[in-house]
Design a protein around this ligand. Structure first.
Ligand code: MN
Length: 302
């Protein structure tokens, strides 16, 4: 276990720049309504187009265009994708930092991820308190994973916690989880292991159920994208819900492939330069997989 931790510490700083590059979201095209105005200007001339521009934008815009409404939609979809892709089952959760208040984050009430709808999303502060929960709906016991990571790491915008099955052997044995192929090159930043006994003693129920345990976990994460929790699961972070979901899924896939390769013989992993170059390339491709996974997971609800 120690070997894996040292490996993570050594590589964390080296990958910081590459990871920052990778987390830059792609520049979206012009919003649909802007393109419409260009077309109208061509059809009607500048005067008529100017009249159109004076119309209140909100008259045509659906309610879901406010920043947090868009985030709520992403976090709902993320719950369904992670369930559909086998990263979460009845347990696990995904959150996103509020775009309106960086000291708040959005996450479902305590429920199975595959059943989450927009009305189940609650807003939390960085102490893990739900701030808009008048009905007193149950909240996740392990919400402190999220609150303490957002508190300690301002650059993190989304967090996935799961019991991703294929990563469990790596957390338990200390065999280093390393990038075996390009889709999981973000693992090149190192994958630390959180040993709950160091922060909580030898008789916990393994859950990060208070702020102190969450703070210890957040510190162990450092600048890595993925942290393994011994005897429990993992935590994956990113600068968007889409990136965190991408990483959570490919962490699971990498663990499965690496375990298979280790049974076959000596494994050649991506080296530092290959992993960093691949992280930069993959940063432009996040939406492709998101769109595919979303279509499959949401089915008729889409
Ligand atoms: Mn858990």
């Amino acid at each position: 276990m120690r070997a894996n931790s040292d490996y993570a510490a050594d590589r964390g700083a080296r990958y910081k720049r590459a990871a920052r590059m990778a987390e830059r979201p792609g520049k979206p095209g012009a919003p649909h309504h802007q393109r419409e105005h260009v077309v109208m200007r061509q059809l009607l001339g500048p005067f008529a187009a100017a009249l159109l521009l004076t119309m209140p934008a909100c008259a045509q815009a659906p309610a879901s265009t406010s920043p947090d409404a868009a985030l709520i939609e992403d976090v709902v979809v993320a719950n369904h994708i992670l369930y559909d892709q086998g990263v979460v089952d009845g347990f696990g959760h995904v959150s996103v930092r509020s775009s309106k208040d960086p000291s708040h984050f959005l996450m479902a009430r305590s429920m199975a991820p595959g059943l989450v709808t927009a009305s189940d999303i609650l807003e939390f502060d960085l102490d893990g308190n739900a701030v808009n929960n008048p009905q007193g709906r149950a909240v996740y016991l392990e919400r402190f994973i999220h609150s303490e990571i957002y508190k300690a790491h301002p650059e993190v915008k989304a967090v996935v916690h799961s019991h991703s099955p294929s990563v469990i052997p790596f957390g338990a044995t200390g065999v280093a989880l390393r990038p075996i192929y390009h889709m999981s090159s973000f693992l090149g930043a190192g994958v630390p292991i959180f040993e709950i006994r160091e922060a909580g003693g030898d008789a916990t129920d393994m859950l990060v159920r208070n702020p102190a345990l969450g703070a210890a976990l957040a510190q162990r994460l450092g600048h890595s994208s993925v942290l393994l929790m011994r005897g429990h699961g993992d935590v994956v972070v990113g600068d968007s819900v889409r990136l965190a979901v991408f990483r959570a899924i490919y962490t699971e896939v990498n663990a499965k492939l690496e375990a298979e390769a280790l049974r076959l013989g000596q494994v050649t992993f991506l080296n530092d330069k290959e992993a960093a170059a691949s992280v930069a390339t993959n940063s432009a491709l996040i939406d492709r997989t998101w769109d595919l996974w979303k279509t499959k997971a949401m089915g008729s609800r889409n």
